[in-house]
Design a protein around this ligand. Structure first.
Ligand SMILES: C[S@@+](CC[C@H](N)C(=O)[O-])C[C@H]1O[C@@H](n2cnc3c(N)ncnc32)[C@H](O)[C@@H]1O
Length: 264
């Protein structure tokens, strides 16, 4: 608890993003990640290996952009920093453990950006989405873009704001979450370079006997093409969420998302 308060006080984070709950969400994710370190390690190794395979298959490696870099738990930063001339880590908030890690590399930079383009809309200052990645579209040095296990997380902040929305704010689109997911996938496909995607797709509640007793789509009905790799992420092992139930997320990895989309 003390560590969480400490992060709250010392993390550089835009006031808008603090108001929208992103800093608190990042701190809770850090706390859960620390508690579940062992259970998450296979998932993190799988995610890193997809990202690395995508990077190694490229003919040239100038800039790599990592979207949803977060705590750099599932991002092979050491290897990406050696392989590329520069690495840009993008997230709405970077906590100090990630900042300190990034500081070790001269060619790694951080960018704090709302990847949903909804901040102004949620705060009642705009009627529609902004295009957060537009500034990267012209950068022809980008050889690899990685969407790093952030797709399913992107609607969570806006959904929480929508749920506690004040009457003064304009009505939010009914299918806001679905739009956020679709827009992210379309926006990354407009960027230069190879697109690598790692994303969880569902949350399943499992009993100790392995029976799935509940399931929920995390992608709001947006269907994804067949992945190159698939695995299970035990997000909340037994005892974390309930004594006799665990929450697991199926995860998909795409080495080249455009090619996967064309495959259908
Ligand atoms: C499951 S975590 C990703 C884990 C990360 N790849 C790592 O290695 O630690 C999801 C990430 O999405 C980020 N995120 C959520 N909403 C965002 C938004 N609107 N804009 C940018 N990043 C966002 C969170 O801050 C978090 O770091």
């Amino acid at each position: 608890m003390l560590a969480e308060l400490f992060f709250w006080a010392i993390t550089p984070c835009r006031l808008d993003h603090r108001r929208l709950g992103y800093l608190s969400a990042a701190i809770s994710l850090w706390a859960r990640g620390s508690r579940c370190r062992r259970d998450w390690s296979d998932h993190e190794a799988n995610a890193k290996s997809v990202m690395l395979a995508a990077a190694q298959s490229l003919p040239q490696r100038r800039t790599c952009v990592v979207l949803g870099s977060g705590l750099l738990r599932d991002v092979p930063l050491d290897e990406l920093s050696s392989l590329f001339q520069s690495v840009l880590l993008v997230d709405i908030v970077h906590l100090w453990p990630a900042r300190l890690k990034a500081l070790r590399y001269r060619n790694v930079q951080l960018l704090e950006l709302d990847l949903t383009g909804t901040t102004d809309m949620l705060l009642g200052r705009a009627r529609g989405f902004s295009d957060p990645l537009i500034r990267l579209q012209q950068d022809q040095t980008i050889d690899l873009v990685i969407s790093a296990t952030c797709l399913s997380q992107l609607p969570l902040g806006p959904e929480a704001v929508g749920a506690r929305r004040s009457a003064r704010l304009p009505q939010l689109p009914k299918d806001l979450s679905r739009q956020i997911i679709e827009r992210h996938l379309d926006a990354i496909c407009r960027l230069p370079g190879r697109i690598c995607v790692v994303t969880d797709t569902e949350v399943l509640t499992r009993t100790r006997s392995g029976d799935v007793i509940e399931g929920e789509d995390l992608l709001e009905g947006v269907s994804l093409p067949a992945p190159d790799r698939e695995w299970i992420w035990p997000v909340a092992p037994f005892g974390e969420y309930a004594r006799d139930e665990e929450l697991v997320h199926p995860v998909r990895g795409y080495l080249d998302f455009r090619v996967a989309r064309r495959r259908g």
